[in-house]
Design a protein around this ligand. Structure first.
Ligand code: BES
Ligand code: MN
Ligand code: ZN
Length: 488
């Protein structure tokens, strides 16, 4: 899918449809006025009746005398509630409808920019929303979808041209990152075995000119990365850690870390069948870091960012690690394995130690870590845990800018208590109660006093069921990391 820029009026845009944003209250937007005129007044006649302009409404309206034969009139909700999230969501739903209608080329006029949302932000929201709504994953299907292949930002006002150019190039970079992330997560687990996922990341890095180094199995052994090695041992496909670097030349290094379980069977503590379904998405954290690093590099941001991917497959092979095994982690801490299905924290612990050795200023890890966070927060917010209020607030604000929502969860001394082991320094799980927090507390042990945020994205990364934006990977978290990196 291509994101393009059309510098001209919306009447002059030639494509299959123009998206026309309309609020549920007040005057029509300029594009709304245009669509009303070119539809012979149909929009004004339907407004407030068949079309009320609430978020989620999409009304196809034939146009006469415009470059595009069709308007997709899309509701923005009230002016008072309008913001980045609403613009993004409305554009996503319009693009989704365009996909269902097999429209190949769609145009997006400015999505109104009332108080609080600058024109560039409004345009980025519209482009990113539309790109996300138009996404599809059909590489394993003979019959390909026919949804939008080209999405154009339409800017007819000469004084808006600079903002439009900036929005277009930023959105194109971020959308490319999001697409990479969603493709990797949607890929079937037999097609992204650890060595294949590593190769895919290396190929992306090479194509983008992003610095990339892979720590293979032998080197992990030499280093003594006992967490990731144990988790990978039940698989015929050995684990690896990939390190991506973007050096924008300014300031301290910031660390990103992603859980990259290419498939999580649970190991010897095997998951029941329903719980195992969609465990191909258990590399979403790593996939998110890959997409974010790609976008950050394309944006040529001035900061320094290092992305660590802990990649392994949790299987039940003859040499699989067992409950009660004691592991010596890269940091030297010994861990008693209390459940082989709590594998994410083990691979992340070694990644955290690597980042500490890099002396990063702060760490943000992303992981589909616990079922408990899904129960607590559902699919619309990810859990955020942190040992540092300032870093936590920075990530929450970055999330707000990206229209990705987080909810700060507790890390208490009692959670540390739950990880006491009779045999080793700590054990890997506590009881079921507060499971997302004990998992985070386990990571905290390895993050130490480095300012650190842990994002548990188990509920937000992947839709098993078909929601309004379809089945599969959401790309949640990529834009948060980019907004963080932009330092806003
Ligand atoms: N990958 C799972 C967590 C998960 C669950 C992700 C549902 C997405 C949807 C993780 O490795 C896991 O199995 N966690 C266990 C931990 C438990 C054994 C302490 C869980 O949450 O049940
Ligand atoms: Mn697991
Ligand atoms: Zn897992």
């Amino acid at each position: 899918m291509e994101l393009l820029l059309h510098l001209g009026t919306f009447e002059s845009y030639t494509g299959d449809a123009v998206v026309v944003p309309v609020f549920s209250d007040g005057e029509l937007t300029p594009a709304g006025e245009g669509a009303n005129r070119l539809s012979g007044g149909a929009l004004a006649r339907l407004r407030g009746k068949a079309f009320r302009g609430t978020i989620g409404e999409v009304l196809p309206l034939p146009l006469e005398g415009a470059g595009a034969p069709l308007a997709l009139v899309v509701g923005l909700g009230t002016r008072a509630d309008f913001g980045y999230a609403q613009a993004k969501q409305a554009a996503a739903l319009a693009a989704r409808r365009a996909q269902q209608m097999h429209l190949a080329r769609i145009g997006l006029p400015p999505f109104g920019a009332p108080d609080g949302l600058g024109p560039q932000q409004a345009m980025e929201a519209a482009l990113l929303g539309a790109a996300s709504g138009a996404y599809r994953f059909d590489r394993y299907q003979k019959e390909k979808g026919e949804g939008p292949t080209a999405i154009s930002l339409i800017c007819g006002r000469p004084d808006g041209e600079a903002a439009a150019r900036a929005a277009h190039s930023a959105a194109a970079a971020i959308a490319a990152g999001v697409e990479t992330t969603r493709d990797l997560i949607n890929m079937p687990p037999n097609e992204k075995l650890p060595e294949k996922l590593v190769a895919a990341v290396e190929a992306m890095a090479r194509a983008e000119g992003l610095d990339c180094r892979t720590i293979g199995h032998a080197e992990l052994e030499k280093m003594g990365a006992g967490g990731i090695l144990a988790v990978g041992r039940g698989s015929a496909h050995p684990p690896a850690i990939v390190v991506l670097r973007h050096d924008g030349g300014k300031g301290p290094w910031h660390g990103f870390l992603g859980k990259g379980m290419t498939f999580d069977s649970g190991g010897i503590d095997l998951k029941p069948a329903p719980g195992m379904l969609w465990m191909k998405s258990d590399m979403s954290g790593a996939g998110t870091v890959v997409g974010a690093m790609r976008a950050i590099h394309r944006l040529n941001l001035p900061g320094r960012f290092i992305g660590v991917l802990s990649i392994a497959e949790n299987m039940t092979g003859a040499d699989a690690y067992r409950p009660s095994d004691v592991l010596k982690m890269l940091s030297g801490t010994t861990v008693e394995v209390s459940n082989t299905d709590a594998e994410g924290r083990l691979v992340l612990a070694d990644g955290l130690e690597l980042l500490r050795r890099e002396k990063v200023a702060d760490i943000t890890d992303l992981a589909t870590l616990t079922g408990a966070i899904v129960v607590a927060l559902g699919a619309h917010r990810a859990g955020l845990f942190s040992n540092d209020d300032a870093h936590a607030q920075t990530l929450i604000s970055a999330g707000e800018q990206a229209a990705e929502r987080y909810w700060r969860m507790p890390l208490d001394p009692e959670h540390k208590e739950a990880l006491k082991s009779p045999t080793a320094d700590i054990k890997s799980t506590g009881s079921r109660e507060g499971g997302a927090s004990t998992a985070a507390e386990f990571l905290h042990h390895f993050a130490g006093d480095t300012p650190w945020v842990h994002l548990d994205i188990a509920g937000t990364a992947f839709n098993g069921e078909s929601g309004p934006l379809g089945h599969g990977a959401t790309g949640f978290g990529v834009e948060t990391l980019v907004r963080f990196a932009q330092g806003g």
